[in-house]
Ligand binder design. Structure first.
Ligand SMILES: [Zn+2]
Length: 137
């Protein structure tokens, strides 16, 4: 479902703003700035950015032959959490372009598989400067 950014609720907008701040503050991401926020029961559980560090957990969920997974923001925001915090939750994901503009941040195959595995129910990601998309996993 596509949602214009100016139709987001105040709470949704706050989660998006937090994801943007985390992505903006992230360093060593070689130009790819993603931020993700895990929300469960209306509470922010964790906010995380992507890093270039490899993750064995993520790699388990990659399609064979597609290499090593790194800490994408979505993976970083669920790692090590108890399932009671991830089951039925929502993950907000954004990507910033070089100028700080919102870009398409649809979770990749690995991240979708990881989020499904830990019970995340839906993702909410930036499409461009004007639109978000909500998708059930
Ligand atoms: Zn990913």
């Amino acid at each position: 479902m596509l949602i214009p950014i100016n139709s987001l609720s105040r709470r949704q907008r706050a989660h998006v703003d937090l994801a943007m701040k985390i992505a903006f503050d992230a360093s060593n991401t070689q130009g790819f700035r993603h931020g993700a926020v895990l929300v469960s029961g209306g509470r922010v559980i964790r906010a995380a950015a992507n890093t270039e560090k490899p993750t064995r957990f993520g790699t388990r969920f990659r399609t064979r032959g597609t290499g090593i997974g790194t800490h994408h923001a979505e993976v970083s925001c669920i790692l090590g959490l108890d399932r009671s915090l991830t089951e039925g939750s929502t993950v907000y994901v954004i990507r910033l372009g070089r100028g700080g503009d919102l870009r398409l941040s649809q979770p990749c195959q690995m991240c979708q598989a990881v989020l499904q595995f830990v019970g995340v129910r839906s993702v909410f990601f930036s499409v461009d400067e004007t639109m978000f998309k909500k998708a059930r996993l």
